[in-house]
Design a protein around this ligand. Structure first.
Ligand code: PLP
Length: 392
């Protein structure tokens, strides 16, 4: 770790919180939580305490909390599991999602609807407006879904990982509930950053990921209503309500609970500070000729996603790296090659403009002076990236 650097890629992963680190050290040498003996009971009691804490913090029952191997795995179990559950139970074949989803959801939907095996599912695309939000026009959605057929699963992320824009999940959850459609929300960017209450939302399933709120990497949380009809693609020993077989990661569960507790406790204060820094950086770029800002309120407090027409996102990142700032374009890269963001193109942004994307995501430990320095140098970095031009 180089503490003199400014880390602005918190949407990718956040540094482990001290509370999580301490809790994980305590739990690191625990044994098999499924064991029917004293050491097993000790490990199990740690997992169950963590489950209860998480349930309370997210407005769920502890039986609804499933530990998984990542946010990606939680999304896969939910999307594929609900789709196959609906197919088996009532021959429902439509999977409804928007083009702004993270690959954890998008690839699951693609696998089911357009993959190498014909499962018989059809894709329905939810519309996205130019501000980066999924459009919920209830009569129109009703009409289109009536035409499309029985919906096996409807899914919408809580907050977008690139723009940070909060999505209309409450309206979609209500829409789905009134029509008995299973509804999944990928809340990986939201949990620990905005208030999340699973029961109030009324979703069927919800995915979260510990490392996005200062917990350990490769620890996911799936909230699944008890009556959720999920045929999980993860098969094995039957742990975690048979939804996620595999020995439970005791220190991961404990670390996730400690990190979530700390995030929720400090949420208001941290969000206030991060929003101030975000606005400072936003102010520094907003007036620059042609620069477009894609983060539109309501949005996550630490997110700033922009495009610089005439520059490559990769150039911006390399110049920032050389200036001591860790940042990213925000879009999932394929084999190390950054492509135009599908989130931006789904919003109707031109590919050439989408290629100049830069995502700055501020964390709770950002330093005021370093943010001030960056606000000062960012216009010059943008100018230099533009001078380097486009790759082709
Ligand atoms: N969903 C969203 C919205 C994300 O931002 C991410 C990670 O970037 C994931 C899912 C995947 O989470 P994980 O890294 O825990 O697999």
């Amino acid at each position: 770790m180089n503490s003199s650097r400014l880390y602005l890629d918190n949407a990718a992963t956040q540094r482990l919180r001290p509370e999580a680190h301490e809790a994980m050290v305590q739990a690191a040498r625990e044994l098999n939580p499924a064991g029917q003996y004293a050491s097993g009971r000790a490990a199990r009691s740690m997992v169950e305490d963590a489950r209860e804490q998480i349930a309370e913090l997210l407005g769920a029952d502890s039986a609804e909390v499933i530990f998984t191997g990542s946010g990606t795995e939680a999304d896969n179990i939910a999307i594929q599991g609900l789709a196959f559950g609906s197919l088996a139970r009532r021959a429902a074949r439509v999977i409804a999602s928007a083009d702004i989803e993270h690959p954890a959801v998008a690839e699951s939907v693609d696998w089911l609807t357009a993959g190498p095996i014909d499962f018989g599912f059809d894709r329905f695309r939810l519309p996205v407006d130019p501000s980066g939000r999924v459009v919920v026009d209830v009569p129109e959605l009703d009409r289109q879904l009536d035409e499309a057929g029985d919906v096996a699963v409807l899914t919408c992320m809580w907050a977008n990982n690139e723009t940070g824009n909060i999505q209309p999940v409450k309206q979609l959850a209500e829409f789905a509930r009134e029509r008995n459609i299973p509804f999944h929300t990928d809340a990986v960017q939201a949990v620990g950053h905005v208030e999340v209450n699973f029961h109030e939302l009324g979703a069927t399933t919800l995915a979260a990921s510990a490392h996005k709120f200062g917990g350990p990497k490769s620890v996911g949380i799936l909230l699944a209503r008890r009556d959720a009809d999920i045929l999980s693609p993860v098969r094995g020993g039957g742990q975690e309500r048979k939804l996620r077989s595999g020995t439970v990661n005791v220190q991961g569960a404990v670390g996730a609970a400690a990190a979530l507790g700390a995030s929720v406790k400090k949420m208001e204060e941290e969000n206030r500070t991060m929003a101030t820094y975000r606005d400072q950086l936003r102010g520094a770029v907003e007036g620059i000729d042609g620069v477009r800002v894609w983060t539109n309120e309501p949005a996550l407090a630490g997110h700033l996603h922009i495009s610089v027409p005439g520059a490559e996102g990769d150039s911006l990142i390399m110049l920032l790296d050389a200036a001591g700032v860790d940042a990213s374009t925000g879009s999932a890269c394929s084999a190390g090659v950054n492509r135009a963001s599908t989130v931006l193109t789904a919003m109707g942004v031109d590919v050439a403009i989408a290629r100049g994307a830069l995502r700055l995501t501020i964390g709770p430990d950002a330093d005021a002076e370093a943010i001030g320095d960056l606000a000062h140098t960012l216009p010059q970095i943008i100018e230099r990236a533009r001078a380097a031009g486009m790759a082709y």
